[in-house]
Ligand binder design. Sequence first.
Ligand code: SF4
Length: 183
Amino acid sequence: MTRERTLQRIHSEITSCTKCVLHESRTNAVPGEGPVDAKVIFIGEAPGAREDETGRPFVGRSGKLLRALIKEIGLSEDDVFITSILKSRPPKNRTPHKSEVLACKPYLEKQIEVINPQVIVLVGGVAISNLIGPWKLGDAHGRFYEANGRTYFMSYHPAAALRNPSLKDVMREDFVKLKQELV
Ligand code: SF4
């Protein structure tokens, strides 16, 4: 089976998944989007209202900011795969429960395995703590971290930058560091 077909198969499993309670309240599951040969995967927390409506990742206000920052460093949609820890929206955007993360994480692990990116970018504390362990965001942002045979890079979640606009420039500086490491 081609890598593309494998990724499609994972995504069709996600769209019909009932492994945790979130399937009861979602409109659409949101597997993620981008090419199977993406060199960077961006991972956020969970779909929000707009993502739930459309089935697409990072298409609400914070998604637009993330996509703009990606573009600013010269990466195109063909270079990146965008997804989140959870593939279904938690009601009222509450923080994911541990049991939901445990149920959903195997999908993300399979996506990472088949895409095999150069760098995995974790945006926000939920993505960081569930993939590589707890970090203080103030210490973590702008840093690369090697774990599980992979290279991770950490930054703020764009939703935080919408709440606190000064973080936009911090994210922008982080993303410049990311770009410098990409070959
Ligand atoms: S959040 Fe993940 S595990 Fe839960 S129903 Fe959605 S796809 Fe399945």
